[in-house]
Write a protein that binds this ligand. Structure first.
Ligand code: AMP
Ligand code: MG
Length: 481
């Protein structure tokens, strides 16, 4: 794609009523220095990476005269309603790529905004490199996600538990509209404002819905499906988002807000890494229940514009939410059955997934490696020889595989759906610690490996082992760093 000499942004979001945003100017970074640029992504979307560097220079010298804005939103954080907004991020503008697709480019870690509350508006280098790494991993796993264009050091210190190097990230996303944006509109704006937001969202993300009988109902239906698709993908690869507050659920269906997220190693649905998730609300196995809860909050925001008759509106919203369980069951088992070699899912096969997961938990087996091992003869034997229960499961499974054309048919399906490399917590930590100390060797190598997560070569081995149990049970991740 042709690269542009200058960044030329559009600002369709600013056609919404002013309550939805605030014009902001980024903090002038003391000694900005780019530490990572996603050259390939920049070029794919027609941006010369030099333009990002120029933009930061222009901000520093006061020459940049375009608009920046932060978005207003609310959200349920751990179940409690709060008023929020971009406290440390601004949207530089909307970048249009060659095929006409529109993306927000956001700068996060850009300083305090009117929505900053008690926050310092800053971000640490470790957290921004972590976002870069994990979002790229998700993209390469084939899961919808925000992307990272570049990370820069700000030359300032950021204080958390200790002194950290400050940083900012350029983030690319179809749109940052969240369930929380609708919660803000429903709670603090007029019915007309809410309607404007809904129609803006439809036009921007799902223009095909505009001609439906009731576009608002269709939007709700669409968002439910898109989130079922997203979260079932997370389950497929063992991803734990860690902070599934409604303000972190994007209506574009992209994974975003990479705070305390992590990939599960040993299978256990109760796995939680986030240091603040004391009750396991956002544990791996709770993610389907939580996304349903979040979607119900979204449905509530739409009540005033779903139907003029309140009872009818409630009924319509309820009907849509009631569809969730069936949609979830179908999508989740389809993806999980793909992992054990079945192209199509039928309820008669579901027990195979339930049983292997129970056995993984009971035997402290690694989620990723177990599925990978099942896709090759040697691995199958190792799993089978562990104990009688696993042997029995493999035998039963193999019978179903034989009925459907044998492993020749099934292995390609398994290979497409079972990653071999995920960003393992202990390796991610080491890579980040070394990178912030100036040695990016492991960070770059890990990035290379997670760019090709479904393929194996001899160098892959060292990225495949789970951490030891002691590390795993004490490992913690942090939000908002
Ligand atoms: P998050 O947990 O990242 O979704 O953040 C929740 C809210 O806190 C969002 O409104 C953020 O913009 C805000 N926030 C997080 N960290 C900071 C910070 N260091 N300074 C200002 N606002 C922040
Ligand atoms: Mg957030």
């Amino acid at each position: 794609m042709k690269t542009q000499n200058t960044l030329s942004f559009e600002y369709s979001y600013l056609n919404l009523p002013e309550k939805f945003y605030s014009f902001e100017y980024p903090q002038v970074f003391k000694y900005p220095e780019f530490v990572k640029i996603n050259d390939k992504l920049c070029r794919n979307i027609g941006i010369d990476p030099e333009n990002l560097v120029k933009l930061i220079d222009e901000i520093k010298s006061g020459r940049y005269n375009k608009k920046f804005f932060s978005q207003a939103y609310s959200g349920h954080q751990f179940g409690h309603f709060t008023n929020l907004g971009d406290g440390r991020a601004l949207i530089l503008g909307e970048h249009i790529i060659e095929n006409g697709d529109r993306f927000d480019i956001q700068l996060k870690g850009s300083g305090r905004t009117v929505y900053a509350r008690n926050g310092d508006g800053k971000a640490t280098l470790k957290a921004m490199l972590r976002e870069y790494l994990i979002s790229e991993a998700m993209y390469n796993l084939g899961i919808p996600t925000s992307r990272s264009l570049a990370v820069l050091k700000t030359g300032e210190k950021v204080y958390r538990e200790q002194e950290n190097e400050g940083a900012a990230i350029f983030r690319l996303m179809k749109s940052h509209i969240r369930i929380g944006t609708f919660e803000y509109a429903a709670n603090f704006c007029t019915k007309n404002d809410l309607k404007e937001l809904a129609y803006y969202t439809i036009k921007r993300l799902y223009p095909e819905l505009i001609n439906e009988d009731n576009p608002i109902q269709s939007l709700l239906n669409k968002i439910i499906k898109i989130q079922v698709n997203l979260v079932s993908d997370w389950m497929r690869v063992g991803f734990i988002h860690g902070v599934m507050n409604t303000d972190n659920v994007a209506l574009s269906g992209e994974t975003f807000d990479y705070g305390p997220c992590a990939f599960m190693n040993y299978y256990n649905p109760a796995t939680v890494y986030s240091s603040i998730d004391h009750f396991g609300r956002y544990a791996y196995g709770n993610q389907p229940r939580i996304i349903k809860w979040n979607l119900a909050r979204f449905a509530e925001t739409l009540l005033p514009i779903l139907h003029d008759d309140e009872n009818m509106a409630i009924q319509m919203a309820q009907n849509e939410i009631n569809e969730f369980d069936k949609l979830w069951e179908t999508e989740y088992y389809k993806k999980m059955l793909n992992k054990i070699g079945f192209e199509t899912a039928s309820p008669g096969l579901y027990f195979l997934i339930d049983d292997i997961l129970k056995l993984m938990q009971k035997n402290y087996l690694d989620f990723t490696n177990t599925f990978f091992m099942l896709s090759n003869q040697e691995g199958r034997e190792i799993i089978s020889n562990k104990n009688d229960e696993l042997k029995q499961w493999v035998k039963t499974w193999e019978k179903f595989i034989d009925d459907r054309g044998g492993f020749e048919n099934s292995i390609p399906i398994m290979q497409k759906n079972n990653p071999i490399v995920i960003p393992r917590n202990h390796i991610v930590e080491r890579a980040l610690d070394e990178a912030i100390a100036g040695n990016t060797y492991l960070f770059e190598n890990l990035l290379k490996k997670i760019s090709n997560p479904y393929s194996y070569d001899i160098e892959t081995d060292e990225y495949m082992n789970p951490p030891d149990f002691a590390f795993e049970t004490s490992y913690q991740t942090f939000c908002g760093t």
